[in-house]
Design a protein around this ligand. Structure first.
Ligand SMILES: Cc1cc2nc3c(=O)[nH]c(=O)nc-3n(C[C@H](O)[C@H](O)[C@H](O)COP(=O)(O)OP(=O)(O)OC[C@H]3O[C@@H](n4cnc5c(N)ncnc54)[C@H](O)[C@@H]3O)c2cc1C
Length: 443
């Protein structure tokens, strides 16, 4: 079969690149080493419970414009349900429940009014949020973070109290950037806050897949590509890129060479090195940044009870080790009493044993939710994603390469490339689109 381009990697980035190129009339050969598509955003059927389990609960946002476009193109946007306006329940460790409900007003009034009406903040904290929001809109000398500043340092410099940081800004930072605010880049955080909270009110809405994450996009993207003359192969890893005299000439996939084709490498940063020839790794500074990016883990604790433990579909948790609670039975619409808990930016917890993580979760759930003390735990599944994302430290930005490489016919995609966003679905899709544009520009 004749192809126009090889794509390595079947996550959001590789599939978005493949769909964009198929739409432009190109015949795509996509190779994925795992026996399934989806990469770090996938689902599977739990062997004991039969429930559809995501490798970690993913949140979409209204500001994921490229992702929304991608899902629309492959016909699955209706599998993600978005809120009508931003609404977040917060559950404190002592069980106190408050809400941040933002009305349908133009930005920033949706957020300002939401915060003013919310029981989640003291009056002093509400005024701090308003001050921060006003400054974000107006800018002004010395407002913006410096290149080296952490989120905590910047928020403190902007007069945001420790309590407000802990109970609000830190939750946003850890959820959106998967990093401890003391280590995360304030520059990137500022961009995220502007995009997610201070653009249009529709952009602030949260979205959740109503089906398993894989079902949202993998099969639909594969058939989009294949119905336009392409081929998606799983269980077919690339061993090495074939690079000669400054040009990429194809790949070696399991001993078989696929030659005379340009390549989009949509691999995670830590796997790119495994396919690059050694002399390029040592001699071409362009690729050095990828090697210097550090990982940041996410832990998901999946629990099946014999009875419901909450009426909430999801909640941000405050004052606890676990950070988010999702009632998967409500989200998926089944009766399994299945709860998924998320612990992001989990570097200091990832070495804990699964038993220890389970004990912490059950203790904290019991403190917050009386029904959790009575319900019987039937089954549990702890998933540690040690390489969930790259760590968005202040140094990381300069290490992220663009889609176009100095090697002719080789392009990069992936959430870790220079998207200007943290490692998210939206970053991955944007990177795939950017690589596709660069490829088409080369033609
Ligand atoms: C637990 C968890 C929770 C998350 N929560 C959120 C969230 O709430 N919201 C959000 O927006 N984002 C979230 N993310 C981040 C999001 O999942 C990622 O940013 C996104 O999935 C990355 O997509 P990608 O295509 O860049 O990389 P990947 O999904 O890693 O895809 C790369 C693919 O390349 C394949 N591959 C590697 N080497 C080879 C080879 N040699 N040959 C062939 N194939 C190869 C891999 O198997 C993989 O399938 C979360 C991530 C995790 C892990």
């Amino acid at each position: 079969m004749e192809f126009d381009v090889i794509i390595i990697g079947g996550g959001f980035a590789g599939l978005a690149a493949g769909v964009a190129l198929a739409e432009a009339g190109k015949r795509v050969c996509l190779l994925e080493q795992k026996p399934y598509l989806g990469g770090r955003a996938r689902s599977f059927q739990g062997p004991t419970t039969g429930s559809i389990v995501d490798n970690g609960q993913h949140l979409f946002m209204g500001c994921y414009h490229s992702t929304i476009q991608f899902l629309k193109t492959i016909g699955t946007l209706d599998r993600v349900r978005f809120q009508t306006t931003l609404s977040v329940p917060f559950l404190d460790r002592d069980g106190r429940l408050t809400h941040l409900n933002c009305p349908a007003l133009p930005s920033p009034w949706h957020l300002f009014l939401g915060v003013l009406r919310s029981g989640s903040f003291s009056l002093k904290q509400k005024l701090e949020v308003l001050r921060m929001g006003k400054a974000l809109r107006n800018g002004g000398a010395g407002f913006g973070p410096s290149d080296a500043e952490s989120v905590t340092a910047w928020l403190s410099r902007r007069g945001q109290s420790e309590g407000l940081q802990r109970n609000f800004w830190d939750l946003i930072c850890i959820a959106a950037m998967n990093e401890d605010p003391r280590a995360a880049s304030a520059k990137l955080f500022e961009r995220v806050v502007r995009l997610a909270l201070f653009s249009a009110p529709e952009d602030s809405r949260l979205g959740m897949a109503r089906v398993g994450l894989s079902e949202c996009y993998t099969a639909a993207a594969q058939s989009f590509i294949e119905s336009r003359g392409g081929r998606v192969q799983v269980g077919r890893g690339v061993n090495q890129l074939l690079i000669k005299e400054g040009a990429c000439r194809g790949v070696d996939a399991g001993g078989e060479r696929i030659v005379d084709l340009p390549v989009i490498a949509a691999l995670p940063w830590h796997q790119l090195a495994t396919v690059l020839p050694g002399e390029l790794l040592r001699g071409e500074p362009f690729f050095g940044g990828a090697l210097a990016l550090r990982p940041a883990p996410i832990i998901s604790i999946n629990l099946w009870f014999d009875a419901p433990i909450t009426d909430l579909e999801f909640a941000g948790l405050r004052g606890t080790t676990i950070q988010w609670l999702f009632d998967r039975s409500r989200i998926l619409g089944d009766k399994s009493h299945y709860i998924s808990l998320v612990l992001s930016g989990a570097r200091e917890h990832v070495s804990r044993s699964k038993e220890e993580l389970l004990a912490i979760s059950l203790r904290e759930l019991g403190e917050m939710l009386p029904a959790a003390r009575k319900a019987k735990l039937l089954h549990s599944l702890v998933i540690k994603e040690r390489f969930a994302t790259f760590s968005p430290s202040p140094e990381a930005d300069a290490l992220r390469p663009p889609a176009r490489t100095p090697i002719h016919g080789l392009f990069l995609a992936g959430d870790w490339t220079a998207t200007g966003l943290p490692a998210t679905i939206e970053g991955a899709v944007q990177s795939g689109y950017a690589a596709a544009r660069e490829f088409l520009g080369m033609q």
